[in-house]
Design a protein around this ligand. Sequence first.
Ligand SMILES: [Zn+2]
Ligand SMILES: [Zn+2]
Length: 233
Amino acid sequence: MRHRHRRGHGSSQGRSMEDEQRLEEYLETLWYLQEEGRQELSHIKDAVGEAEASHLLLALMENRWVRVDGDRFCFEPEGAQKASQIVRRHRLAERLLHDVLDMGPDQVEEDACRFEHILSADATESICTFLGHPQTCPHGRPIPPGPCCQRFVKEVTPLVRPLADLNPGQQGTITFITPKFRSRLHQLSSLGVIPGTSVRLRQRHPTFVIQVGESTIAMDADLARNIFVRSQG
Ligand SMILES: [Zn+2]
Ligand SMILES: [Zn+2]
């Protein structure tokens, strides 16, 4: 899960976008090492190579994001904050690509590396909320929580959840149907089961029955788990 470096053009805050992205990659590299308990400086060399390791440390120390204690690195508070946000964007992007677009864990890595540099704070919160504030990425690594996740602790249910999680009588608006059922999308849409439509769950047993407009439609649990709705209470 190391990163190929992507280079962009333009500038922000006096740093070129290229520099900005490189710093973000550096922070991310150290975050991964710290997660694995590999904070000795020799592990940085193993991860990025000897030449790059000294650039990495110098750049991060210059920004006061990281300090060196003996033979180990430590994050300064600002560096830890920045690094956790980058990792958060990366892993949320992985979840989005994996859960919603049905991409395999091996496929999501490269695209997530691009997302981590471009997602705004607002977009990141929206994705997190949309996905129900997931705690781990598809590889099982922890997703650092954001402000939306702390608020969520007080709420009870995620904004978007599988139709199968509704209680009988509850209503929701369809937001997406996972690509697993791509072959049935045509049939579903002819029944009015399309994003933007309001549905009510009528029963869960012995089979799921939903109501869309005037029609009632029966479906198995697997399909009901793959249709996501935004709750309407
Ligand atoms: Zn991951
Ligand atoms: Zn969240």
